[in-house]
Design a protein. Sequence first.
Length: 249
Amino acid sequence: MQTLFVWGLAGALFGGLFSGLLRVLALLGLKGSEAVVFAAAGAAGTTATFYSAMPVALVGAMAGVVASLGYLIVGGLRVQLLPLSAASAAAGMVAGAIYAWLGMGGGRSFAETLTGLIAGLVAGGILWAGLDLYGTDVGVPVQAAGIVVLVGSLFKLAEGPMARGLIGRLPGALSVPVVAGLIAAVVGVGVWLMGGTTAWSPDSITKDIIDQVLKDVPAGLLGGMAGGALTGALLEILGLHLEEDEHVV
């Protein structure tokens, strides 16, 4: 039950991020295949960080919230997604550098995040190929559940070998700021979606996309939770137990 609960929560986080990033990337002009791959990579890297290096992820998230809210206050009617996300990422990197300087974070955080990114890229490519091959309109919950199963399985299979190979080559003074900056940037996107429309007046197309994001996220959460629970059950059957993980910052 512990495995199903933890993987269900991780899957819900992944599914919500994936469904939201799909629409945001469409807003930025990416095509369908590119949006699927990059959304899967971004969601996988973020979820892997929360799963394997939560203290670093929380540092980045807090920095992202503070920077985003400050940008919304200062930006007034000129709030734009990319500058807000860049400001959040910069704040996250500064906070991560301080965290690493205090000796509270190591090189494993980036190794885990990079493993998640690679697993997301591969899984996103598989999902895109499957959707393109069958040419059917698959709903958000099904997409989220499928991508969670793919990413979760690939991540667990690759985590050990990749982490061991990268940890010694990635100093904490560099890896922690990068990871915290990534998390802060994702948080910035979320703050822009949730609060940006109250601070500026988007055009009708942008507003429709934002409304679709807010509509898709709950469906992504439910699909991701189901996919996460299924992944946890499959991994238990394969003998990859949750209690064998080594989560260090």
